[in-house]
Design a protein around this ligand. Structure first.
Ligand code: CA
Length: 364
């Protein structure tokens, strides 16, 4: 079959090829848009957490570069335009066009939103990204965010977090009883069922609370971010894994009305830039964390795995929590059912070649 016959089968005429097969639908043509767009982005994160905050800077830089500066997104750290935990509200109200946050901050509005970020004993970064981008997860979560007049985009991942800093060794479930630990969100809810005295303390106050003994333990993120807050100077035992955050996927939220007003070309550019920010954020963590871990170990930090009875009990209590929510909330049940199917299949596959390779090669 020659080229002309193939083109005929594909429904492409010579004229369409000559004009570059341009998509003439929607609001744009093949020519570059020069529309000036000025947006403001409210992040949940401080500048000092350069990996997390940096994700929004990558987005803004790439969008600016790909539009010759015509689409300009100005990035503001947590607390400047919106409270760190109120970014979704600000985007919903339209006081900013874009937000940068973690969706489990908003489980008080709708507990199902957590599936777009992570839940205890959920998927790892790679599995979560696969589900969101190729497994239908993003479409499911967008139905939830539509209630907030928001369209959401994945914005990067920390990878499996660490379990946090403990002033004394925790050898079994019994040692968790009455332990005062700073841990927010769903992880805190599960810890509470284990007998932990759960505390919620803002990032800037954790070090002092740990130093003075107001708390016995705290979780944060992982070696690179934790090192900056200096927890290793006041708590020697560094536990893993952070089973409550096995692969938290951060998010960009765009106000739907602002999105609809963009030229189609800018929508495509924003979408591509968000994917670049997502990829680069994970890559930064995966380079910075190993180096930070080396430094922490050299400073005398002792790493410890959580005891099996802690993991087993936490897992069964977390599952019970999800089942109860699913039984009482049809919207939660819908996404939970789909998510669980994807997670179970992913665990079977990753539990085969990936896990065998990791167990042999990573653990010395
Ligand atoms: Ca954490």
């Amino acid at each position: 079959m020659n080229r002309r016959e193939w083109l005929k089968i594909l429904g492409l005429s010579g004229a369409a090829l000559a004009t570059g097969c341009g998509d003439k639908s929607g609001g744009s043509t093949a020519s570059s848009s020069t529309k000036k767009v000025r947006w403001r982005l409210a992040s949940s994160f401080p500048r000092s957490l350069d990996t997390l905050f940096g994700s929004a800077e990558i987005l803004a830089d790439r969008v600016r570069a790909m539009t010759n500066g015509n689409f300009d997104i100005r990035v503001y750290p947590g607390g400047e335009l919106a409270g760190s935990l109120e970014v979704l509200d600000s985007v919903q109200q339209g006081s900013v066009q874009v937000g940068h946050s973690a969706s489990y901050y908003y489980i008080g509005k709708n507990p199902a939103l957590a599936f777009e970020c992570c839940v205890p004993f959920g998927m790892t970064a790679r599995q979560q990204a696969a589900w969101l981008h190729q497994g239908g997860g993003l479409e499911l979560s967008r139905k939830l965010f539509a209630d907030f007049n928001v369209i959401n985009f994945p914005a990067g991942n920390t990878g499996v977090q660490m379990g946090g800093w403990f002033k004394r060794e925790i050898n079994s479930l019994a040692d968790m009883q009455g332990l005062k630990m700073r841990i927010p969100g769903m992880g805190g809810k599960v810890m509470d069922t284990l007998g932990v005295a759960v505390q919620t303390i803002a990032g800037g106050e954790i070090y002092t609370a740990l130093e003075r003994g107001a708390i016995d333990a705290t979780e944060w993120v992982g070696p690179y971010d934790d090192e900056k807050l200096g927890f290793h100077k006041v708590a020697r035992f560094y536990y893993y894994p952070g089973w409550w955050e096995p692969g938290p996927s951060l998010s960009f939220y765009v106000n739907q009305t602002a999105w609809d007003s963009l030229p189609k070309e800018y929508q495509e550019i924003f979408t591509a830039a968000a994917k670049e920010a997502e990829l680069m954020t994970q890559a930064r963590y995966d380079v910075q964390n190993p180096q930070a871990l080396e430094r922490l170990l050299a400073a005398g930090v002792q790493t410890r795995p959580f005891a099996q009875d802690i993991l087993t009990k936490a897992h069964s209590n977390a599952v019970q929590m999800y089942e109860e929510l699913a039984a009482s909330d049809p919207e939660y049940r819908k996404i939970y059912t789909e998510w669980k199917k994807a997670r179970d299949a992913s665990f079977r596959w990753f539990g085969t070649a990936e896990a065998a390779y990791a167990n042999f090669s990573f653990v010395k």
